[in-house]
Design a protein. Structure first.
Length: 613
């Protein structure tokens, strides 16, 4: 047996307690066949083996997001202008203005997810006046977390909201003194209005959706992500909206492994959906690249506790238990694993009452199931989850909403939101993720920064101390594998496991905490194949695809904002001493209390000389 790929001269952190470190691996037919010394790996070298010198880079198992809306996010990625990591509101508005000028009618500019006003030097939201000034004629939709969307005049006209448009239940169309809509839509706390408004915008044709999904997967590969568990989502109809991902699977063009859950779309008809799906869709069917993972995260709409910390905690309606019980009975009877969205302990208590009742009559008997989010789960309910052999998939929503949580519930309550250390001490399966793309950033390093530092992206300290780095990384690798029943199959650099790994721009285990959120991959391997390569490895990876359509925001602002990469805003910024020390633009801006609009002057004042325009 000869290796297809050997990676050597690396600092390899395997995630395998029995063999935690190595400096070389050999891969054959998509699996690790040797993990150890260079001599161990080179035993498998043949005439056709590709051997890559890692140059001392840190190599980790491929990251696995346990809760990512990848399928829906991929269909829309090329339509969205991302403000993730943008250091100032002035920059964000400049990007918006430039994109609006490039966007042809009747298309919109969409800013959807991954940002918070607390990341900006100005520490505030954009105003309607600023958005209208930046884009007077092109429809603009800006989504802010779970609580509101801002529409400019052109978008308000496009969606047709008038003084006669009624407020949907649990939502508000904000109006001026004359009763006319202002352009602000507010969740009270139901975010349905926000997403229904977003859905009114034009969609991409199929060819462009395919390109969009591939662009999104490449962006995830750039960040070291190799697997994701897709949590379904609103406006993600089965099977229609799975056409693109199935096509890419058939064409062997998936570069992220996807386990997908089915999410009901019809309030009050959820039982009908799941009763049909268990008959026609087989759990675990598919391949190592695309496989069915059961039900959720929405099981019944009456059990949705909206996670808008600007609003009071919602009480779930009476009758929720009956609706949830009927669906869970169908799932357990047919041995379908399930996941369920739950933010608050009060909701979790009522859901557990249902699960325990069903379990007494139809034993779960090891059936995988888990809560998503569980920010305020109590110790008692953690014990109840364990007793039913469940797990908890946690996400970094507090990194984006922590300031709001503290404002409503206090800093003391925030110290245990979510209580990850308690979950781990009880022996629960815990997987990490983002809940991207509509609110949180899809960047796993933003999430790992939050886990390790205990701080929000705005910089406030939520937790006295974060998790050890090794523990945090384990939640993003073999910890997440449990949530698709693939533990032991992937998540470690270990002989026999799937050969997914990523070499990093810097050593995650030793760099300052603030630098964690700047990490990227320079070499990402999925199934033993190099799917992304940068810096000294650039020639080894597949070339970037042209972006379709050519006016897409991704063509100008690709992915998460990178301070040290070429940018339409800053020019080609190759990192020198001062900016390497200071790291993120917005961190420096916040500490100096300077609104950053002229980067040449700003970085020059810090002693930076690395701009090349």
């Amino acid at each position: 047996m000869k290796a297809d790929l050997i990676l050597y001269n690396g600092r390899i952190r395997t995630g395998d307690r029995s063999n935690p470190q190595a400096n070389a691996v050999a891969i054959h037919e998509g699996r690790f066949i040797a993990v150890g010394t260079e001599a161990d790996a080179m035993k498998y070298r043949g005439t056709k083996t590709r051997a890559v010198d890692l140059n001392g880079r840190t190599l980790i198992p491929g990251l696995n997001d346990s809760h990512l809306h990848l399928i829906r996010g991929g269909l829309n990625y090329n339509l969205e202008l991302r403000w993730e990591g943008v250091p100032s509101l002035a920059d964000a508005l400049a990007m918006l203005k430039e994109q609006a000028a490039r966007t042809p009618p009747p298309q919109w500019v969409r800013v959807v997810g991954g940002w918070s006003e607390f990341q900006f030097a100005e520490r505030r939201m954009p105003t309607l006046e600023e958005i209208n000034a930046a884009a007077p004629d092109t429809p603009v939709f800006v989504l802010h977390l779970y609580d509101q969307a801002i529409l400019n005049r052109a978008a308000l006209k496009a969606v047709g909201y008038t003084r006669d448009t009624p407020n949907p239940p649990g939502s508000e169309i904000q109006r001026d003194a004359k009763g006319e809509p202002t352009g602000v839509c507010i969740a009270r706390p139901n975010a349905g209005l926000l997403y229904a408004t977003l859905a009114k915008g034009p969609h991409l044709p199929l060819e462009y959706q395919i390109n969009s999904t591939r662009q999104f997967m490449r962006e995830l590969n750039r960040l070291g992500l190799t697997s994701a568990i897709d949590a379904g989502g609103g406006s993600q109809n089965y099977p229609e909206d799975y056409e693109v991902i199935r096509h890419l699977d058939e064409q062997k063009q998936l570069t992220v492994r996807i386990a997908y859950n089915l999410f009901t779309q019809r309030p009050k008809e959820e039982l009908d959906d799941f009763s049909k799906w268990v008959k026609h869709s087989r759990y675990a069917s598919g391949s190592d690249f695309l496989r069915h993972n059961g039900a959720g995260e929405m099981l019944v709409f009456s059990a949705a506790d909206f996670e808008d910390f600007l609003e009071p905690r919602p009480d779930l309606p009476q009758g929720m238990e009956d609706e949830l019980e009927a669906v869970v009975r169908v799932l357990v009877s047919n041995r379908w694993p399930f996941r369920i969205h739950a933010t608050y302990d009060e909701s979790i208590s009522r859901m557990l009452d249902v699960f325990e009742k069903v379990n007494r009559e139809i034993p779960f008997d090891g059936l995988p199931w888990f809560f998503d989010h569980a920010e305020t789960i109590s110790p008692r309910n953690i014990e109840r989850v364990k007793a039913l052999s469940g797990g908890i998939a946690i996400q970094n929503r507090m990194a984006f909403q922590g300031e709001y949580f503290v404002r409503r519930y206090g800093a003391e309550a925030a110290k245990q939101t979510p209580p990850i250390a308690r979950m781990l001490s009880e022996g629960l399966p815990v997987g990490a993720g983002t809940d991207a793309t509509r609110v949180s950033s899809y960047n796993p390093w933003t999430s790992l920064y939050w886990l390790v530092s205990g701080r929000t992206i705005g910089g406030i300290q939520l937790y006295k101390e974060g998790l050890p780095r090794e523990t945090a990384l384990s939640l993003y690798t073999h910890g997440s594998a449990w949530f698709s029943s693939e533990q032991g199959k992937k998540g470690m650099i270990k002989t026999g496991q799937l050969a997914d790994c990523a070499a990093l721009t810097a050593d995650y285990f030793s760099i300052p905490e603030d630098a964690i959120k700047e990490l990227e991959s320079v070499l990402t391997v999925v199934d033993g194949n190099i799917v992304y390569a940068a810096e000294e490895f650039s020639a080894l990876g597949p070339p970037a695809l042209p972006v379709m359509p050519d006016w897409s925001p991704v063509a100008r602002y690709p992915g998460h904002f990178r301070a040290n990469k070429a940018s339409a805003m800053t020019g080609a910024h190759q990192c020198c001493g001062p900016c390497a020390v200071h790291g993120h633009h917005h961190d420096v801006a916040r500490k100096s209390n300077v609104p950053v609009t002229d980067y040449r002057a700003f970085w020059g004042a810090l002693g930076c000389s690395c701009f090349a325009f």
